[in-house]
Design a binder for this molecule. Structure first.
Ligand SMILES: *Cc1c(COP(=O)(O)O)cnc(C)c1O
Length: 363
């Protein structure tokens, strides 16, 4: 069998060294005689593991002490509801939702249940390329409590690489498909959330980075306790039984990043990987990427073939070479190569070589 490279958008590829380690210690974790998935989240060894994981995550992203980190359930969609319920007290409060695509709009639809939601359209098309307006051109309402945006729209592969700088409103970011892919200026945000199954680990954990003072916010009184940030904080992210296995796996990923040069190195690699694919696309007469170069995602590279009838053949042939799950999201068709942190550069090179070969033969 040839070497497999997994380009799935999520759940997605994990580093092979991490999988091997998890495999090796699965039946007897830290000499406890039990598997990590069999022991109590109240046990000393589990709690000390979570403390270490939190510390490593804080170090990786350089998170200042006035921010708290929570490990929650319910995925990013859970946060689509939790964010307005925690940050707003009444249904008349205004919020600004920046619309850049499917995920940011999904968050907005949820917020409409709990607030007066302003949808701010910032995605434009010029010369057949999609781009996102600079933040300074965003039509922000000074009266809104917070601004919500998504720096990486996973489905379209369109991204915002600028850091926000708004003073009058709180800033909330959905980093589900871009957390740990690059440095973030945490101080420029009030709340960041990300579910685990894209760039962290298996599905099941949602990580929240929140300014400490917001935990004590006057919130919606109907909020379910499981979504309440303060309650989760008070209970060390163990108000109910956490997803112990994904928490543990996320910890192994953090160790792996630290061992491999930290976020700085990861960011460099991600740049090299995505550039290789975008260059392959731009130098071809067969592949087209619809995103302006300033807004191209470094995590999800989308492209389509000039001749639609070649899609099926492209997928068949790439699969035979061990290049898996390249089919684009059904909303946009075409192809999508998700090249999260765990995708080695060899995988991207193999895909690029395949694309060139395919064009020569069928293009
Ligand atoms: C995948 C994804 C979501 C949804 O995540 P769930 O954990 O399935 O709720 C939300 N936002 C972005 C940007 C995503 O990529």
């Amino acid at each position: 069998m040839c070497k497999i490279y997994n380009f799935s958008a999520g759940p997605s590829i994990l580093p092979i060294d991490v999988m091997k380690k998890a495999n090796k210690e699965f039946l007897n974790w830290k000499n406890s005689g039990s598997s990590i998935i069999e022991i109590s989240h109240r046990s000393k060894i589990f709690i000390s593991m979570t403390k270490k994981i939190e510390k490593n995550f804080r170090n990786l992203l350089n998170i200042p002490n006035n921010y708290k980190i929570l490990f929650l359930h319910g995925g990013a969609r859970g946060q689509f509801s939790a964010v307005p319920m925690n940050l707003l007290k009444s249904f008349d409060e205004e919020t600004d939702y920046i619309n850049t695509g499917y995920w940011s709009m999904s968050a907005a639809f949820e917020a409409m249940k709990y607030s007066k939601t302003n949808i701010i359209d910032v995605k434009k098309i010029k010369n057949r390329k999609k781009h996102i307006l600079k933040m300074s051109k965003w039509n922000i309402k000074n009266t809104s409590k917070y601004i919500h945006y998504c720096p990486n729209e996973t489905i379209e592969g369109i991204a915002i690489h600028e850091e926000p700088n708004f003073y009058k409103n709180l800033i909330v970011g959905d980093f589900s498909s871009s957390i740990l892919s690059r440095k973030i200026k945490i101080q420029n945000y009030d709340l960041i959330y990300a579910s685990s199954q894209k760039n962290i680990g298996p599905s099941g954990i949602t990580i929240l980075i929140i300014k400490k003072k917001l935990l004590f916010n006057n919130k919606n009184k109907y909020i379910p306790s499981i979504l309440d940030y303060y309650i989760n904080y008070k209970n060390n992210s163990m108000f109910n039984t956490p997803s112990t296995f994904s928490w543990y796996m996320s910890g192994l990923i953090f160790d792996w990043i630290l061992k491999n040069g930290g976020i700085e190195k990861i960011e460099k690699n991600n740049f090299i990987k995505s550039k290789l694919l975008y260059d392959t696309i731009d130098n071809s007469n067969l592949y087209i990427n619809d995103i302006h170069y300033l807004n191209r995602s470094i995590m999800n590279v989308t492209f389509r073939l000039k001749h639609n009838n070649l899609n099926k053949k492209f997928l068949e042939k790439s699969e035979k070479e061990g290049l898996l799950y390249l089919r684009g999201h059904s909303l946009f068709g075409g192809m999508r190569a998700s090249i999260y942190n765990a995708m080695p550069i060899e995988g991207v090179k193999k895909l690029s070589n395949f694309m060139i070969k395919f064009e020569k033969k069928f293009g």
